[in-house]
Write a protein of this length. Structure first.
Ligand code: URA
Length: 431
């Protein structure tokens, strides 16, 4: 059996065996399979799909393609959360300190922004000095000592996904449900979290456009995690409009801190909802009790103090948590105003793209990110406005007509506009 044979069988829509999948993944990780072969395999999978069994086998083989993250020696339940990516989604920066302050240990591996979506690692690096490059040993030690660590996976973990994702990114094969599910879950399974919550976004700013597609992806990922013995749950949540009121690294970190100080908006609502779901599974308490504890973590300031501890443990300037002026915003301001009276809709995708145009996101892996630029939303989807009202402020370091045009195009004002539901569906794994 050769890599060619495996691709040929997938092209003819056969279900691949464990042996075939294992051989293909080993060839990807070792470099024996060429980029052209990986692309052909991914396109055949995108067009023909995979059975759930094949998808589990692919995920498992990818998870084992590199080093596993060692489980800390200390007893306890370890939790992880993953968002499939969106705009103004800084829930991790809120829920990790909330959970850690409740005693739920958070072992969180995050990603960088790519395309129009923001990445938690870039946002965390807004804290001067902070590093997300933690060795697996330092990661596990910090989870033990502080109760939480947020880091990027190293080169040695899940090498098969790194190669496959890079090829998918340039061959129009990202938006395949089995390929997304295996990519996301291989990274989760290579680490040691016992409880995993998946936040699967849907809407114009997400990979999945409809709640039905997002639910299909969520169910598949939950079943993969369960087959690997993890406690799983998934929420299908809205990404038609930006989740919070800020887009861009420093602006989003400021907003997450404001939520930890009590600010109320959809970001706060979703962060608390997701924290509650993890807390009830990790601590074995009721949803009501979990909500009370999460709210208390914010009200008492203990979650805010925990964020300071996490930032300091990763070498960052924790003074920024109390003094937001240490997270500066670019001084250039372009104002978006309502063209008419009516109700606003703010679309996530053009706002994410506008942030990239400003230099606040990445076009290619490895691009530098300007943490100071971004967009501050002054009105949310569903708000009533009068012509001329300020809808958003674009903060720029150098003016960009393309960014301003995208920001303008993101807002529409009509006779009626209801925000979408924040959470469409909650999918529970079996206990
Ligand atoms: N995030 C991932 O890690 N992988 C995908 O395929 C899509 C989103």
């Amino acid at each position: 059996m050769t890599v060619y044979d495996v691709i040929d069988r997938k092209k003819r829509n056969n279900a691949l065996s464990a042996e075939e999948i294992g051989m293909f993944v080993r060839a990807v990780a070792s470099g024996e399979a060429s980029d052209a072969q990986i692309a052909a395999f991914c396109m055949a999978t995108l067009l023909n799909g995979m059975t759930d069994e094949e998808c589990f086998l692919l995920t498992d083989a990818m998870a084992k393609s590199g080093k596993q993250v060692p489980r800390p020696a200390a007893a306890g339940v370890f939790a992880d959360k993953h968002s499939t990516g969106g705009v103004s989604d800084s829930t991790t920066l809120v829920l990790v300190p909330v959970l850690a302050s409740l005693g739920v240990k958070c072992a969180k591996y995050s990603g960088r922004g790519l395309g129009h979506t923001g990445g938690t690692l870039d946002k965390l690096e807004s804290f001067p000095g902070l590093t997300c490059a933690l060795s697996p040993e330092r990661f596990a030690e910090q989870v033990n000592r502080v109760g939480a660590a947020v880091a990027g996976q190293t080169e040695e973990t899940v090498p098969a996904d790194k190669r496959m994702y890079a090829v998918r990114d340039v061959t129009a094969t990202v938006d395949s449900i089995p390929l997304i599910a295996s990519s996301v879950m291989s990274k989760k399974l290579a680490s040691f979290a016992d409880v995993i919550l998946l936040d699967v976004k849907c809407g114009n700013g997400a990979f999945m456009q409809t709640p039905a597609e997002a639910e299909k992806l969520a169910r598949l990922m939950v079943s993969i995690g369960e087959a690997a013995g993890r406690k799983m749950c998934a929420a299908v949540t809205d990404m038609d409009s930006p989740l919070g009121d800020a887009v861009g690294c420093n602006a989003e970190v400021r907003e997450a801190i404001a939520v930890l100080k009590g600010k109320q908006n959809r970001l706060a609502e979703l962060s608390l909802f997701l924290a509650e779901q993890i807390a009830r599974k990790a601590l074995g308490i009721s949803e009501e009790e979990a909500r009370v504890r999460c709210e208390r973590a914010i009200g008492s300031g203990s979650a805010l103090s925990k964020l300071e501890e996490i930032v300091a443990a990763q070498g960052g300037d924790a003074r920024c948590v109390r003094d937001e002026t240490r997270l500066p915003l670019a001084s250039g301001v372009y104002t978006v105003r309502a063209a008419a009276d009516g109700y606003v809709r703010a679309a996530a995708l053009p706002l994410g793209k506008a942030c990239v145009e400003l230099g606040g996101g990445r076009r290619r892996e490895g691009d530098a990110v300007d943490h100071t630029v971004g967009i501050l939303l002054r009105r949310r989807t569903g708000d009533a406005v009068r012509a001329g009202d300020v809808l958003a402020e674009v903060r720029y370091a150098s003016p960009s007509e393309a960014a301003f045009a995208l920001a303008e195009s993101a807002f529409s004002v009509g006779a009626d506009c209801e925000p979408h539901p924040l959470v469409y569906t909650m999918i529970e794994g079996k206990e």
